[in-house]
Write a protein that binds this ligand. Structure first.
Ligand SMILES: [Zn+2]
Length: 121
């Protein structure tokens, strides 16, 4: 069975994949002050949207273990709050399994599709 943390990180990485798609279509449409993205928190039922500028989004995506979430959506078991901005927050996955899973599935990493087998105790 999956570790619950693994499932929650997967929820976040799925949101990241959707936001990468949104970002690509935003780029195709041309520059706007801010663009709507979906919250990348670990709650798979979360339907919150957040507004980021292109630069802010790129800042979040620059690291494989950082995510953009709605305010107060961080999970203390998984996330370290990096920065609170207007209307959204940037979090980083905690070291260990959460960060490894997030980085391994980073869509901007060349070896992104590598499947990491969790080590069960
Ligand atoms: Zn959320």
């Amino acid at each position: 069975m999956s570790d619950w943390r693994e499932q929650e990180v997967q929820n976040e990485t799925q949101s990241r994949e959707i936001n990468e798609w949104i970002q690509q279509s935003n780029d195709a449409r041309g520059a706007r002050p801010t663009n709507p993205y979906i919250c990348e928190c670990s709650d798979d039922a979360c339907a919150a949207t957040i507004s980021l500028t292109h630069v802010e989004y790129e800042e979040v995506r620059a690291h494989g273990a950082t995510f953009a979430i709605a305010l107060d959506h961080e999970s203390p078991d998984l996330d370290l709050l990096v920065s609170e901005r207007t209307g959204f927050a940037i979090i980083r996955k905690l070291p260990g399994l959460p960060a490894r899973l997030a980085t391994a599935s980073d869509p901007r990493r060349p070896q992104a599709r590598t499947v990491i087998q969790p080590v069960d105790a």
